[in-house]
Design a protein around this ligand. Sequence first.
Ligand code: PMT
Length: 442
Amino acid sequence: MNEAPRRDRGPRDPASPLVGANIVVAVTGGIAAYKAAELVRLLDKAGAHVEVAMTARAQKFIGAMTFQALTRRPVFTDLFSLTEEAEIGHIQVADRADLVIVAPATANAISRLAAGRANDAVSAIVLATRAPVLLAPSMNVNMWNHPLTASNVRKLVDVARYRVVGPGDGFLACRWTGPGRLAEPADIVEAAAHVLSPQDLTGTRIVVTAGPTYEPIDPVRFVGNRSSGKMGVAIAAAAQRRGATVTLILGPSALTPPVGVATMSVENTAQLQWALADATKDADVVVMTAAVADYRPAKEEKQKLKRGDLGPKATVDLVANPDLLAELGKKRGTKKTPLLVGFAAETDDVIGNAQKKLATKKCDLVVANNVAEAGAGFAVDTNHVTLVDTSGAEDVPTGTKYTVAHRILDRVVAIRKAASQPTGRRGKPATSGKPKGRPRPS
Ligand code: PMT
C-alpha cells in the first residue's frame, strides 16, 4: 500500500498544540455556519494554519469570501472545479491536515459522513484524511434526538473514531429549546487543542495540590499566605490535557477548577491532609504545589475575638503543622509510592534550599521557585522555576504558568519513562525533552 505523502511535522509542544497545526474547518449547511467564521478566527489567532472547505448549502448561509479573507487562503467549495482541483486539491488538503473540524455538522452532513459518501468538497476531504476528525453538531433538537442521528454519530465515533464536541443545550434558531446548538467556538478550539495534544499521561492518576491553607484563629480570622492557586490549577489543566486522570485538592481560591478535573476543596492543613490521604491511595504522581502553612494557631476560638479581648499587645501562639510532603516521602519503599514532586518557595539560595528539600522530603523532583523575583511566584500569571533532581538543576525560562506546568510535566513523563525501563532509575530521566508526536487514529 502506498503511504500518502505527509509533511514531517516534528514534535508538537503540548503547551501550544495549535501553533503550526494544519487545521481544515469543514463547514456544512446550517444556520450556525456563520459561527464557523469566529471559529476560524480563533484558530488563526492561536497560531494554526487554517483551510476551509464548504458545501454548496453552507454557501447559502455564509460566503466563501469571508473565510478566504480570514484565512488568507483559497476556500475549497467545488469537487469539480478546474482550478481548485487542478492538482486534486481535496486530496492535498486532506493529506496535509493535522485535524479536520466539521463545524457545523448538520444532521444531513453527519448522515452522509456515516454512509462514507464523498460527493462534495467536505465529505471527500473528511473521507480521504488520515488526520483526526472533530464533529461539532448543530441541528434541531428533534433531529439530534432522532435514533437515526444517534446511530450515525455512534457509528462515526465507534467505527471511524471521530470525536464530538457539543452540541450545547439552549434556545435554538428553529425556536425549539434543547440540545442542538453548535458548541461555542472557544470550546471547539479547546477540544481541538485537546485532540492535538500528546496524550503521554493517559492512564496516569495525578494528584495536584494548589492554593493556600487558611489556619483559623477564630471564625473570621486566619493565618494564611498569598497563594492564588494559579500554578497548581495550571498543572491540573495541563495534566488533564495530556490524558491524565487528575484530582485537584484546592485550598481557598477564587479560581474555577478546570472542567473534567475532580476537585476537592479544602480550607486548612488538617483538611488537606485528610484529602491527600484519600486521593493518594492509588495515585501514580503527586504534585505538591500548595503553599501549606507551616504553623497554625494553637487554639481556634469558637467566637469572634473582640477588639478589647486581647489587650493592646496581642500574640497568637502557633504550633507546627505536619509536613505533608515529607510524610508522603517517608512512606517511600514501604509500598508502591507515587512519584513525588515538591515545590520550594524560596527567597534566597533558591537551588541550595531546593536540593535540601529534595533530600529531606525524599522527592523525585523539586520545583524551585524564587518567589522574590518579579513575574514569578505568588498570585501572578507567569512563573520562573528551576527543576531540581539528583541529576542536577534545569532552568525553565519565564512563561505563563500553563507553559511552565507543561515543562514540569515533560520532566514527570521523562522520569516515569526512565523508571519503567529495566535499567532506568527514578530521578535520572533518559531524556528531559518534550514528548514526541501524538497519537493518530489507525
Ligand atoms: O498559587 P500561586 O499564586 O500560583 O503561587 C504559586 C506558588 C508560589 C504557591 C507555588 O509555585 C509554590 O512555590 N508552591 C510551594 C509553596 C510552599 O509552601 O513552599 P515551601 O518551600 O514552604 O514547601 C515545600 C514543599 O513542602 C511544598 O511542596 C509544600 O506543598 C510542601 N509542604 C509545606 C509545608 C507543609 N506543612 N506541608 C507540605 O507538604
